[in-house]
Design a protein around this ligand. Sequence first.
Ligand code: FAD
Ligand code: SF4
Ligand code: SF4
Length: 477
Amino acid sequence: MAKQAMLKFVQIDRVMPEKRAADDRKDDFDEIYAEYASAKAEEQASRCSQCGVPYCQSHCPLHNNIPDWLRLTATGRLQEAYQTSQATNTFPEICGRICPQDRLCEGNCVIEQSGHGTVTIGSIEKYITDTAWDKGWVMPVSPPSERSESVGIIGGGPGGLAAADMLRRAGIQVTVYDRYDRAGGLLMYGIPGFKLEKDIVQRRNDLLADGGVEFVLNCDVDAAKFDEIRAKHDAVIIATGVYKSRDLSMPGSGLDGIEKAIDFLTASNRKSFGDVVEDFDNGRLNAKGKKVVVIGGGDTAMDCVRTSIRQGATSVKCLYRRDRANMPGSQRETQNAEEEGVIFEWLSAPKGFTGDDSVTGVMVQKMRLGQPDASGRQAPEVIEGADYVEEADLVIKALGFEPEDLPTLFGQPDLPVTRWGTVKAAFQTGATEMDGVYAIGDIVRGASLVVWAIRDGRDCANAIIDTFNSKAAIAAE
Ligand code: FAD
Ligand code: SF4
Ligand code: SF4
């Protein structure tokens, strides 16, 4: 009888790739998880029970063909696994690293629900495509024929780049405009290297350029530039993300030493390229030797606390107004932060800052969780008389992001936006009410996830290709 290749979740335990010890990893910005050895990847993939109705797949925003590429990996057919994986995901090795798998694919794996520990889907996805890069299987796009239509994409984050890739596959001419000097959006300048090393992002940018995508960098699109881009291309995709930091307005909030998370993280990522960053070099955005307090409980806050540790802060504390069970950030990242020496002050909220010119402390009020509010979450309530001052000489605000005012910035009062300022666009196509103008990613969803931006980019590109095909068919009649 043929040996059974799959369903080994009863005999084989769940094993993640090796994680570097906290003492070893907290002084550098290298990724903390190692790669699986090939035998280990095959073994872990073989734990999958090949569900007839795979919940992992239906909870992956890209509907990746997970059971198929797990089976191909388990049976040593890695090149086919790569082909299957890249057919639905533009950046599988990036999603494998930074998707919150516990909330998406892995969190819905049925063998976890039967108590055996989820299949390590993300780590295997990363392994498949990293191996494909090593073996030279990842090739630039080479469309069967070139087309005359062109698309201008404003914003070179994961959404814009996923759209660029799909459009080039159809032979459409693509130009990506970005205000930064490197493409990649938050993959490049937001997410720190210990979660996603920057050469992983840059090799994708290079691959797209080799496949014919034109990049216009250092190009901050304003009203005049928007008109120029719209006139030049047959369609325009707005993929600008959300960058306006939510702020605090309370006594002392204007003191020096109180900084925005995005400024802090961007400076740190730029330094990892060896760039000259004045506000890092003069100490303003550098945690070295400082008592750091980060305010917030999301993934951005986790990235700030762990970056502060690596920069050599003397202490790093994270204030969050709810408790651990109710924080929005990933539990895995919180645990990583604790291992690295971050102290979490749960049920703690700022009410002001101490200091004359520069901050010296955060006035903290203690909270308890009260009755659930309209959203069903327990609302934090102040505990009277329990206030204290948390010493700090660098405070980082990681309170979330909002969209910039695009109708004003782009001089397009007709660009429809929601009451939150996100662009109104049709589900599954990204079409706005402006002719030939599409919008995708965070600027439509609000601050979201890389995998959703990729999904939007791919869907939007397909919609544009369909529109171009229909127009070409009508013209040919
Ligand atoms: P972005 O990645 O924001 O890219 C937008 C691009 O548009 C940028 O390059 C910007 O320079 C450019 N741009 C903006 N305005 C203009 C203009 N006027 N002219 C020209 N160019 C412009 N998601 C995860 O899935 N996993 C994580 O671990 C994770 N960690 C995160 C950590 C941090 C610190 C942050 C801030 C976010 C994190 N996210 C994470 C969220 C994720 O990064 C975003 O959801 C995703 O990058 C959105 O993609 P996007 O293409 O819509 O926009
Ligand atoms: Fe899971 Fe993200 Fe990969 Fe989908 S893209 S399989 S959600 S890691
Ligand atoms: Fe395999 Fe889990 Fe997906 Fe089922 S849910 S197909 S066991 S990875």
